[in-house]
Design a protein around this ligand. Structure first.
Ligand SMILES: Cc1ncc(C[n+]2csc(CCOP(=O)(O)OP(=O)(O)O)c2C)c(N)n1
Ligand SMILES: [Mg+2]
Length: 678
């Protein structure tokens, strides 16, 4: 395809000026990056990116990721020029309340934005997940043989992205997996916030990526459209590896006094400098102007893009008609279908007749879930034999078999989390990822981004408490559960036995955002059959065992539910009436009506105890200032878990001692052997 170089340059200058002007108007933003990358980005969007401005969610589209998310005005200028419906008024509203042009790109907020970015490196690593999803989706549906959905994942990264560890993890994984559908541009401008990259960054990035098994293409001057064009043309021809285009650019290109300086990075150029820039570039003085020739240049291209997409639609429909089995799988995956009778089916396989670890019952239930939900794909960070997350009758995802359903992320938890996000963002999969719960710390930035983007992903975290035992405090999660519970929009489920695990997987698969399922290393007795009929995990908390006119409520989660039942027995033997509440998910409980919540935890019963083998942080919400939260507010230790349970008071006597000590302080009428009048 031909591209008029002069008009392309004019369009790139338009991006520079629009970016500088919007940022100036907002009195906030990052002009340097869009100005420096405009030439590459324009060339990419005009000539190489397959997209459809009339249907931003078009299945056949390539993906564009602005990993250097601070350069958001680059994306917004492109969306404006390519007629995605982002008006000039929206550009004028950059970074303002209610606008479609927030400070950093936001997924599902601005049409045409495929991923939320801002935390440097996260876009790059999410791109690796999108590339995995594309390979898996096309391999399992037969689309890989048609070339219809051989999407490229285009990424723009800066020095910051290249410095971040998540890029190293994800780049290494992508190279290993030979994800030749990734083309990343590295905006090598040698500037970050504090000044020259000489301050903190001297490695040879190209050599590093070559070592990761990437192809590396160097562009001497990526402020030259012809050089960008040549590099992209080369990158489009796969050599079986992901591609990194390292392009030398000048930050703030076009600004007579700020070009090449860190002062162009993160503050408006200044009124006078914006005027000087326009003069320097030969652009009109009138603010927020797109020259008619630029408008036409882009509009003509939009027209041809729309026509190409329409042609694609015809071929795609023909493929669906000729391949009804593939059509079924494609529909199931793109809709991320979950059957209505899922719970019923999962309960059928739940091993409830003996004591089993919930990680083991989780593994059994996952097998069935994978049969019922084609979109479900995932893996672990080198721990699947322990987390039990392999799908048994499936292969490994590998360069020679992209239809393999078991992903091996290697020991790269953060990249796994970010790639999981990318897989969800590709919008044909429900990804799950897995590791020991304590290492969820390494995934936190990815989980936060999953929640911000409301991505449907499942995290299977096993070895969920000090009951890990011998591995000691580094491997025993304490504060992680409180951490997850503080992430807005994130759901945590800690099931108590195989029954609840079946419910947990059902809730996770039916959710519309990120869900973590926390599972034990150690065996747990099943909930007694006569009580199991009360299970109502979807409500987050429910009454498991009850007495009329109860005076006390014991709330427990996961492995502490059985302990709670045993403690309740003792307390009942002492003459106090007790209700036992299973609360596998605080977040699901909070979604219930006030009436339901009151029916489970009536406000007038103040003698409440919670038991959870984790930080007590947050439990005051349910036990109140009068109640008692039993947990573990210090690090664990290395010893057999039964010894730890004894030392840390997670035994019937240990719990009763704490209850006595606590309620003795008050005139509670709780039935403990205190001296209160009741
Ligand atoms: C994880 C993370 N750390 C820090 C920041 C804050 N930050 C935003 S841009 C930036 C410098 C990035 O430099 P570079 O990628 O070279 O961008 P350029 O200055 O060239 O536009 C930093 C530190 C961030 N957005 N994300
Ligand atoms: Mg830089």
């Amino acid at each position: 395809m031909m591209m008029d170089q002069k008009l392309a340059r004019r369009s790139a200058d338009t991006i520079r000026v629009l970016s500088a002007e919007a940022i100036q108007k907002a009195k906030s933003g990052h002009p340097g990056m869009p100005m420096g990358c405009a030439d590459f980005a324009l060339t990419l969007w005009y000539k190489y990116l397959r997209h459809n401005p009339r249907n931003p969610k078009w299945l056949g589209r390539d993906r564009f990721i602005l990993s250097a998310g601070h350069g958001s005005m680059l994306l917004y200028s492109l969306l404006h020029l390519f007629d995605y419906g982002l008006s000039m008024d929206e550009l004028k509203q950059f970074r303002q309340w209610g606008s479609r042009t927030p400070g950093h790109p936001e997924y599902n907020h601005t049409p045409g934005c495929d991923v939320t970015t801002g935390p440097l490196g996260s876009g790059f690593a999410s791109g690796v997940g999108m590339a995995i999803a594309n390979k898996y989706f096309t391999a399992t549906t037969g689309l890989d043989k048609t070339g219809l959905v051989d999407n490229k994942i285009f990424i723009i990264s800066g020095d910051g992205c290249m410095m971040e560890g998540t890029t190293a993890e994800a780049g290494s994984l992508a190279g290993h997996l030979k994800l030749d559908n990734i083309i990343c541009f590295y905006d090598d401008n040698s500037i970050t916030i504090e000044g020259s990259t000489d301050l903190a960054f001297s490695e040879e990035v190209g050599a590093r990526f070559t070592a990761y098994n990437w192809r590396v293409i160097h562009v001497e001057n990526a402020n030259d459209i012809a050089q960008c064009d040549a590099a992209l043309a080369e990158a489009m021809e796969s050599d079986g590896r992901p591609t990194l285009i390292i392009g030398k650019t000048k930050i703030g290109f076009g600004s007579p006094n700020k070009e090449g300086k860190s002062s162009a990075h993160g503050e408006p150029l200044g009124e006078d400098e914006v005027v000087a820039t326009k003069k320097n570039l030969g652009m009109p003085e009138e603010p927020f102007t797109v020259l008619p020739e630029v408008k036409k240049f882009c509009a003509d291209r939009v027209e041809s893009l729309v026509a190409e997409a329409a042609e694609w639609d015809i071929k795609f429909q023909a493929f669906l008609e000729a391949n009804p089995e593939s059509a079924k799988t494609i529909s199931s995956m793109t809709n991320r279908e979950v059957p209505e009778n899922l719970l019923e089916e999962l309960l059928k396989v739940a091993p409830v007749d003996k004591a089993v670890a919930t990680r083991a019952s989780g593994g059994t239930i996952l097998q069935r879930a994978s049969e019922l939900v084609p979109a479900l794909v995932g893996g672990a960070a080198d721990l699947s034999p322990s987390t039990k997350t392999d799908i048994k009758n499936a292969d490994s995802f590998a360069p020679e078999n992209y239809g393999g359903r078991n992903l091996h992320f290697g020991v790269r938890e953060l990249a796994m989390g970010m790639a999981g996000n990318g897989m969800a963002l590709y919008e044909t999969l429900i990804p799950y990822t897995s590791t020991f719960f304590v290492f969820s710390d390494y995934m936190k930035p990815a989980m936060r981004l999953a929640a911000i983007q409301n991505l449907h992903e499942i995290y299977v975290f096993t070895h969920d408490s000090f009951y890990v035992g011998e591995d000691g405090p580094t491997h025993e999660p304490i504060e992680q559960i409180a951490m997850l519970r503080t992430i807005p929009g994130f759901t945590v489920i800690r099931p108590a036995d195989a029954n609840e695990v079946a419910h947990a997987w059902t809730a996770a698969l039916q959710a519309d955002g990120p869900v973590a399922i926390l599972l034990t290393r150690q065996n747990l007795d099943p909930i007694p059959p006569e009580l199991a009929k009360n299970i109502d995990l979807a409500k987050g908390a429910y009454v498991l065992s009850d007495e009329n006119d109860f005076d006390m409520i014991i709330i427990a989660t996961g492995s502490e539910l059985n302990l709670a039942l045993k403690v309740a027995e003792k307390v009942r033997a002492g003459g106090t009436k007790v209700r036992v509440v299973s609360m596998p998910s605080q977040e699901l409980f909070e979604k219930q009506s006030d009436e339901y919540k009151e029916s489970v935890l009536p406000v007038d019963c103040m003698a409440r105890v919670s038991i959870e083998a984790a930080s007590t942080f947050g439990w005051a919400r349910y036990v109140g200032s009068f109640g008692l939260a039993i947990g573990i507010d210090h690090f664990g230790a290395s010893a057999p878990y039964a010894v730890l349970a004894d030392k840390f008071g997670f035994t019937v006597d240990g719990v009763l001692d704490k209850m006595r000590a606590h309620f003795m302080r008050c005139e509670c009428g709780c039935g403990c052997d205190c001296d209160c009048e009741k």
